[in-house]
Design a protein around this ligand. Structure first.
Ligand code: ATP
Ligand code: MG
Length: 796
């Protein structure tokens, strides 16, 4: 039968079909947003399995988020009657975690190593800086964290980092100390997960050979956002370089869109695509040009916008769907009004048009924007859910509870020790902790082991804390997760502490939610059931899979491959599994993004544009479309930065299936400051015919080019003003006021601003405290500034 006879393949277009059914060999699918890349990837896995070309154990699939991985697994299990739990589908971090757990001894880690999130990492670095008297003015801990992460992303250990001056030598020294501290405490940060498992593969022929032969098919989604190290990791998984040529075992399929590369600031390299094609000698390159997601007004907007970028690989995208609704554009006087408008529109979409709330997303460029939108939704009783804000596992009370749990698992985890040694307060002061840390350093031991070295009452308090945790560890030995957590919550005093707090009820609820999260983790992961070790030979080396499981025989049974246990947490050498507690703690660190507390509810989705990658919604709102915000201040000054902002906008637009709403506000309270912004230049890059202006279109970025005459299009702006109400649209524009003499500014003057540098006044509006000026700064774009706040000086 022709391949398309299978129902699996029924709805694919010819290019998609070709991609799904490619023969062995490496392939690159390069295609624009919504063209079915992710769908092709998932369908290919199903097709490989269904036809016996691979077994579940022979598939390695890398997705961008845990959510995407879960979705893929869910879809696969809906398509095929297979045991999917053992499949290696996950994020780079998730997969590396699995690898390191399985080979922890070889990797030099305790099996129950804990994962530091960004916040933990920063506090670990701060602690180190204190301990070694690092000047935090000169070496801010945040910058050190960034430096260390950057080194790891480049695959560099302290010894590999070039250091030519005293400052960089110091940084490298701190990197070294930080590594030693992590190793001593048995913790790894996100960068370390990646680097350590890369080194594991690189330095251990048996392990590498095992996985190279095991994974007959490696599939990578969102390939454009892989960094250097991730690429090298994939290369190790795929094969070895012999005589300058890469010899691979399995087939690698990479799927991506250069126009959606939005993580350059975190080391992502679009160049990986070119390297991949060259080094893997990729013969199959497939382009998908049909967009199935969006109506053409939305797609045209995305295409027009991205055409302003110069460095592109070049692809086309078309849709068969009609134009659909126009893209609606709204200008609000304030950020509050903008949020209120969104809420009103959302209510209509739900009430009149029958859209589910979960099919409506509000996207923003920076996290700080969400607060206003959240409170407008909250006041209107519209359920909503924030992705990636302060996530469940990152809340203070949850982090405290997790720190206690980590101490139960590993008493030498100093980060956790310091987090809770005096929380709830036990009369253990900063001075005592300094003494303790000194003692630990001198003895070369953990804080836990150094407690007896602290004399007096302080020492007794410390002893009390350590004894409490040690006793709890004894008591809860062998108990189930729920019971361990419940006992910990009481013994630690956390619950009592929050009960006494005025606003503690929420926190107690969250702590109870933690128990639920543990419970559902246990059921979902099937912990304690069907955990199977990888096969090993008599020397303890992992065995490669049987030829049948490599699966070229279409009649081969699918389920013959031994599956690793829940979440892959099985020691490859001994078959030892992680304790449920340690497994749960790993889950908490890695899956922090999945806010499970309200997972089932039909809620409007709030998230940053970065977090929205790969997702789609019926209706999308993009707020804060203002110069300085989107494109962001940090990026707009250089061309690379601006192009990345434009790709980000392209990602945002292409999330929408049916309706797209763009808005900007004349004023915005951000980081405690009122900003006066003009609307984003991106509006001028969208096709007028696809847009519908709900508020009058006014001169914006484009019309304020320094030499285009100061106030073109400006009077209409003044009409908006602060007392802006929709019904006043029709009123005639009020001419701008003459500059009040008090601030001594006039149009055309050159001025200096402490943050934005030199600029030229384009317009002035209002008097007294309300006076504001529009200034064009060559490096930062055009801004509205409140003259009572922004102290502008006239440049002579
Ligand atoms: P992004 O670049 O945003 O990640 P993508 O290229 O991965 O997008 P998908 O998410 O796979 O695109 O697909 C976009 C939408 O189009 C999905 O809803 C998908 O189910 C649908 N789709 C893809 N291919 C087809 C097809 N041949 N027929 C009908 N619908 C399709
Ligand atoms: Mg996708």
């Amino acid at each position: 039968a022709p391949p398309s006879a299978s129902p699996l393949l029924a709805h694919l277009n010819p290019e998609q079909l070709a991609a799904v059914t490619l023969p062995r060999g490496h392939a690159l699918i390069l295609a624009g947003a919504g063209s079915g890349k992710t769908r092709v990837l998932t369908t290919r896995i199903a097709w490989l399995l269904q036809n016996g070309y691979a077994t579940p154990g022979g598939i390695l699939a890398v997705t961008f988020t845990n959510k995407a991985a879960k979705e893929m697994v869910t879809r696969l299990s809906a398509m095929l009657p297979i045991q999917v739990r053992g499949m290696w589908i996950g994020t780079f971090h998730g997969l590396c975690n699995r690898l390191l757990r399985a080979h922890h001894k070889t990797a030099g880690l305790p099996q129950s190593f804990q994962i530091l999130d960004t916040q933990d990492q920063l506090s670990a670095i701060k602690r180190l800086c204190k301990q070694f008297n690092v000047d935090e003015e000169r070496f801010p801990p945040k910058q050190l964290a960034y430096f260390i992460a950057g080194c790891k992303e480049e695959g560099m250990r302290p010894g590999d980092v070039p250091a030519h001056d005293a400052d960089s030598r110091k940084k490298v020294e701190i990197y070294q100390l930080y590594e030693e501290q992590c190793q001593r405490e048995g913790v790894v940060d996100f960068g370390e997960l990646m680097l350590r498992s890369y080194e594991l593969l690189r330095d251990n022929d048996a392990v590498r050979a095992h996985y190279q032969r095991r994974f007959a098919h490696i599939l990578v989604d969102e390939f454009q956002d892989t960094n250097r190290l991730q690429y090298l990791w994939l290369k190790q998984m795929a094969g070895d370089v012999v005589d300058g040529r890469l010899h691979t075992y399995g087939s690698v399929m990479a799927v991506g869109d250069d126009d959606q590369s939005i993580y350059a600031f975190r080391g992502a390299r679009v160049g990986n695509m070119a390297d991949f094609v060259r080094e893997f000698a990729v013969e199959q390159q497939i382009k998908l040009e049909q967009n199935y997601r969006s109506y053409s007004n939305i797609l045209d907007s995305a295409n027009a916008l991205i055409s302003h970028n110069s460095r592109r690989l070049g692809k086309n995208l078309r849709t068969n769907q009609g134009p659909g609704e126009p893209v609606r554009v709204y200008e609000a006087p304030t950020d509050l009004a903008e949020a209120q408008w969104m809420v009103d529109e959302i209510k209509q979409l739900v009430r009149n048009d029958g859209h589910a709330r979960r099919e409506i997303a509000v996207l923003y460029r920076s996290n700080a924007q969400s607060r206003v939108i959240e409170s407008a939704l909250f006041n209107a009783s519209v359920p909503y859910r924030v992705y990636g804000g302060l996530r469940f596992f990152e809340r203070a009370e949850i982090k405290h509870a997790l720190a206690y749990l980590r101490l139960l698992e590993n008493p030498h985890d100093d980060t956790s020790f310091l987090r809770v040694v005096n929380f709830p307060p036990r009369g253990i002061g900063a001075r005592t902790l300094e003494v303790l840390q000194d003692a630990a350093r001198q003895a070369g031991c953990s804080l836990h082991d150094a407690v007896s070295a602290v004399p007096g009452k302080a020492g007794a308090n410390l002893g009390g804390f350590v004894a409490m945790v040690d006793v709890l560890r004894e008591q809860t030995q062998g108990q189930n997760l729920r019971s361990i957590i419940e006992q910990m919550l009481h013994a630690s005093g956390l619950v009592e502490h929050y009960r006494a707090e005025k606003e503690g009820a929420d926190r107690i609820e969250n702590l109870e939610e933690l128990v639920n999260a543990a419970e559902s983790f246990v059921t979902q992961e099937g912990f304690g059931r069907d955990a199977v070790a990888l096969p090993i030979d008599e020397h303890g080396a992992p065995l490669t899979q049987s030829p049948a499981s490599q699966g070229l025989d279409p009649n081969a049974p699918l389920l013959d491959a031994p599956l690793p246990g829940p979440a892959g947490i099985v020691d490859a050498d001994t078959g030892e599994t992680l304790s449920p507690l340690a497994a749960f703690l790993t889950h908490a660190a890695l899956e922090a993004g999945d806010n499970q507390a309200q997972a089932g509810e039909d809620a409007v989705q709030l998230m940053t544009v970065h977090a929205s990658k790969g997702l789609e919604f019926d209706c999308v709102f993009i707020g804060g479309m203002e110069e300085g915000l989107f494109p962001h201040d940090n990026a707009a000054s250089d061309r690379d930065g601006l192009e990345e902002e434009r790709r980000l906008m392209y990602v945002a637009i292409t999330r929408a299936r049916q309706r797209l709403y763009l808005s900007h506000s004349q004023t915005r309270l951000l980081h405690g400051q009122t900003r006066y912004n003009v609307r984003s230049r991106f509006f001028d890059e969208l096709p007028e015919g696809a847009l519908k202006w709900l508020t009058p279109r006014q001169g914006g970025f484009g019309s304020f080019a320094p030499d285009s005459g100061a106030a073109r299009g400006y009077p209409a702006k003044a009409a908006g003003g602060f007392g802006f109400k929709p019904e006043t649209f029709a009123s005639p524009p009020v001419p701008p006021q003459k500059a009040a003499p008090s601030h001594g500014l006039r149009v055309g003057l050159a001025v200096f601003h402490t943050k934005f540098g030199e600029g030229k006044v384009l317009a002035i509006e209002g008097t007294g405290d309300d006076a504001r000026a529009q200034v064009n700064f060559p490096r930062h774009g055009t801004k509205w500034l409140a003259l009572s706040v922004a102290k502008l000086t006239v440049v002579e």
